[in-house]
Write a protein that binds this ligand. Structure first.
Ligand code: CUA
Length: 340
């Protein structure tokens, strides 16, 4: 019965597989559009080099594929039957097309690869800004050389300048990757690795842990914000100052609840009694792009849910559910939202 049906549908000209393949191809191409965080949509020096190498390999592969398919068609269609081959002819063809040409292509690609590797591995100038990033399961601690404060899951850089990135891990292996700006660098336990990144245009670039590091590996994202030098300097200066003081009664009550409650055991807020070192510094949490390193958007509702029981949002993270009295939760949210 099934066979009959299939025969009938084929007879009607329906070919599902090419259609599915075509749709899949179109779907892939949509990834190249506009503000995609793809490595093929580079916004920085390192990623431009990587994308250049990728396209070089892609077009060489396309050329080789087309050539091989053409030879196959030619052999199947035009050279059927008994063809008399002159002595020495196949050997010459195999030597040139099968060995000499691939050799030239591979050596050229290898040379380009070495050139790019050297450029990507070169250290930036001594006086380049240095950001120190520490990987934790599953969030990124961000500090700057010469600044006392810290932030999390968000790295600000001056646009158009190379920035040194010093990488450490607090626990397991992670990998630091901003596809639009730079290739991956692994974070190895007990080692400090250095890389650099440079954004050519202002804007936000999504970064992602690129090494499986546990159940919440996918929620170990971060954002690189490239901004004009003056804006970056102002942002960095705030990292050295005390966090914004509470302005309203609710914010004041929230701060009190934070500092005197369990929150301060793990989190810091500059200029307050909260100096915990286990979780992210929350001095500018209100301005961050997300909660839980890309787990949920940063708004009042998600923040409240996170405080009450972050395990429902990001199971396995280090923060246990908090027994915050219902009346206190809005104050805590108001205070944390005000920290920009
Ligand atoms: Cu950290 Cu994957």
């Amino acid at each position: 019965m099934e066979t009959t049906e299939r025969t009938t549908s084929n007879a009607a000209g329906w070919r599902p597989r090419p259609v599915v393949a075509g749709l899949f191809g179109l779907f892939l191409l949509t990834g190249c559009a506009g503000d995609s965080p793809s490595a093929l949509n580079p916004g920085g020096t390192g990623a431009t080099r990587v994308a250049g190498l990728w396209w070089l390999l892609f077009w060489i592969s396309v050329a080789v594929f087309v050539e091989v398919m053409a030879l196959l068609v030619w052999a199947l269609v035009f050279r059927r039957g008994n063809v008399r081959v002159r002595h020495g002819q196949p050997l010459r063809f195999v030597t040139i097309a099968g060995a000499a040409i691939p050799f030239v292509i591979l050596v050229a690609v290898y040379g380009v690869g070495l050139r790019d590797l050297a450029a990507l591995g070169a250290a930036p100038a001594r006086d380049a800004p240095t950001v120190e990033v520490t990987g934790h399961t599953w969030w990124w601690e961000v500090r700057y050389a010469g600044a006392s404060g810290a932030t999390a899951n968000e790295i600000h850089i001056p646009v158009g300048e190379p920035v040194r990135v010093r990488l450490r891990t607090d626990d397991v292996l992670h990998s630091f990757w901003v596809p639009q700006l730079m290739p991956k660098t692994d974070l190895i336990s007990g080692e400090t690795r250095e890389t650099w990144l440079q954004a050519e245009r202002a804007g936000s670039y999504r970064g992602q842990c690129a090494e499986y590091c546990g159940t919440q590996h996918a929620h170990m994202a971060f954002l690189v914000v490239a901004q004009p030098r003056a804006e970056f300097d102002a942002w960095l200066a705030r990292l050295n100052a005390a966090a914004r003081a509470p302005q309203t009664d609710a914010e004041r009550r929230g701060q009190q609840a934070f500092v005197q409650g369990t929150c301060a055991g793990c989190h810091s807020i500059r200029g307050t009694g909260a100096q915990g070192k286990v979780g992210p510094d929350l001095s500018d949490v209100g301005s961050r792009w997300s909660i839980g390193a890309g787990a949920v958007p940063n708004d009042a509702g998600h923040l409240g849910g996170w405080i009450a029981n972050s395990q429902t949002v990001k199971p396995g993270n280090a923060m246990p559910p908090q027994p915050v009295p219902a009346a206190q939760l809005p104050d805590l949210i108001a205070y944390l939202r005000s920290l920009e």
